[in-house]
Structures are given as C-alpha cells and as structure tokens.
Design a protein around this ligand. Structure first.
Ligand code: AMP
Length: 295
C-alpha cells in the first residue's frame, strides 16, 4: 500500500494504476461503515484509492473541525489489512493553498435539511469531491447512505459536470443496538450512548407505521418525532420526510420512495440517521439507483 500526501506524488501514483480504479473519500477515524465502502470497492475494482482528509471548507466556524477525531496510524493499518492500493493524506495547505479561490456549488439539493443547519457545508463537500475526482480520476466512487443529502449533492455534481464515473451507495452500517456508526460517536458518554439509539428507534417506528399503511408525510414525521422527543438527552434539529429521488419535502402522500432523515444533538455531537421507505429499499442496489436520482 502506497501512502502519499502531495499532489505531485498522487498524480504520479495515479498514472501507474491499471484497470478499474475505485475511490473511497473519507475524513478518517475509520470504522466498519467506512470499511464497507472500501470492501465494496475492493470487490468491484482492480485498484482501490482511499483519501483521508478532514476538509476544513465543509465545517462552519462554530463546528468541531479542530476536535474532529483523527487517528492516522490506526486508519492506515485498517486500510492495509483491507488490501487498499493507494492512500492520499494531504494537509489543508496542500488542498487549499493561500491563493485558493475556486468553489463548486450544487444549488437545489444543497438547500434545506443539513444545508439549512450547516451553511456552506455542501459547498465545501462539492468542492473537495470535485478536486478528489480530478486528482484520482476514478471509474467508480463509493459513498454511504449515512450522509443521504450528500449523496444527492454528489450525484447532481457528477451529472451536471459530466464526470465519467459511477457513484455507488452503500447502506448504513450500525452497531448491534442499531446506532449508525459515526466517527463522532466517540464523543458520547455511556448515558448519551444509550440515548443515541433513539435515532434509529424513531426510524423504526415510522417504518412500522409505513408498513401498516400510513402514507401521510406529516403523520410519518410525527411518529418518528414522538420517539425522539421521548428521549430527554436527544435534542432534535429536524425530522424530514422527503421524496427520495428529488429530496423535496413531501406535504402529501407520494407514490415515490420516501427518504426519512433526522438529526439530533446528543451531548456534544450532532448525530444523523435516515432510511428509505419502504424499508426494503435500504440495499446497495436500490440506494444507488434511487437516492438523489440516476447519475
Ligand atoms: P466521513 O469520514 O464521515 O466523511 O465518511 C466517509 C464516507 O463514509 C461517507 O461516504 C459516509 O457516508 C460513509 N459512512 C459514514 N458512516 C457510515 C456508516 N455508518 N455506514 C456506511 N457508510 C458510512
């Protein structure tokens, strides 16, 4: 496994790669969710490239950029064991030198939900992903359902800017009690860790209502919200019931699959979770096709 941290080394290493190249962009502090993307890329592609970069432009000034968990030695050991070929670990100065002034904005799907709560976040995401696509020129890039609106932003980016690559979406990997794995879960104390299961429990409650025939978006939203509100340590930011293809908020029952997404602060971290409804659509194949539309 080759590890490089400069643009020149990355370009030189990329030029030597043969066959299908799969890219997995990450911010490090790798867990089994990240590794599911790496393993999928390893199965599909001849060469796997992973990037580890805590991207400052996707953090708002009041967010946890400095405190974001970092553990490069442990990350590299996991990637080596998984058979990764090339790892890119640039510094912020390498990606954003002092005269840096170009940003990418994806308009419609960046609005609302995470976009409303994290101003500038998706501009930072779209910019870094564009740069990583240009630098690594992958045939396929792997992302997690966990960041569902990010998936829609990246799919729009790939369509609109004509990147010649496939986007593959992998389902959320969860702890045994249902909590979605996240690098930020390390911030949770034992009580908060127990309370954090309310996010998945609220998705499950709405999924059960959907299975029982409920289709009205507001009633599905209230079903999820009631479970979250019953947990005193969870402070809800939003519960969204949206069209899974367009990500537009639903106000009336729709024939299309639904993206039910929510965020809540539990202790320090803001936690995210989501699912497609019907629940049977939370698979690689369905997510890749449906979430954020076709590439
Ligand atoms: P991050 O390092 O948080 O930027 O995440 C890198 C990639 O891993 C993104 O595409 C995430 O959506 C994905 N990811 C994060 N958590 C999970 C999870 N629990 N299951 C599957 N994918 C995940």
């Amino acid at each position: 496994m080759r590890v490089v941290d400069t643009i020149a080394e990355l370009r030189q290493a990329r030029a030597q790669l043969q066959g299908l190249v799969g890219l997995v962009p990450t911010m490090g502090a790798l867990h089994a969710g990240h590794m599911s993307l790496v393993n999928a890329a390893r199965e599909d592609c001849d060469t796997v490239v992973v990037t580890i970069f805590v991207n400052p432009t996707q953090f708002a000034p009041n967010e946890d950029l400095d405190a974001y968990p970092r553990d490069l030695p442990a990350d590299l050991a996991k990637l080596e064991a998984a058979g990764v070929d090339l790892v890119f670990t640039p510094t912020p100065e390498t990606m954003y030198p002092s005269n840096y002034q170009t940003f990418v904005e994806v308009e419609k799907v960046s609005q609302g939900k995470e976009g409303a709560h994290r101003p500038g976040h998706f501009r930072g995401v779209a910019t870094i992903v564009t740069k990583l696509f240009n630098l690594t020129q992958p045939d396929a890039a792997y992302f997690g359902q966990k960041d569902a609106q990010q998936v829609a932003v990246i799919k729009a980016l790939v369509r609109d800017l004509n990147f010649p690559l496939d986007i593959v979406i992998l389902p959320i990997v969860r702890e045994a009690d249902g909590l979605a794995m996240s690098s930020r879960n390390v911030y949770l104390n034992p009580n908060e860790r127990r309370a954090a299961t309310a996010l998945n429990r609220s998705l499950q409650a709405a999924a059960a209502a959907y299975d029982a025939g409920e289709r009205h978006p507001e009633r599905l939203r209230q079903t999820a919200l009631a479970v979250l509100n019953a947990e005193p340590l969870a402070h809800v930011d939003y519960v969204s019931v949206a069209d899974a293809v367009t990500l537009e908020e639903l106000t009336a029952p729709s024939e299309n699959p639904i993206l039910l997404s929510l965020t809540a602060r539990v202790g320090l971290p803001r936690l995210l979770d989501n699912c497609l409804l019907p629940y049977s659509l939370n698979t690689r194949e369905a997510l890749t096709r449906i979430l954020g539309g076709e590439v």
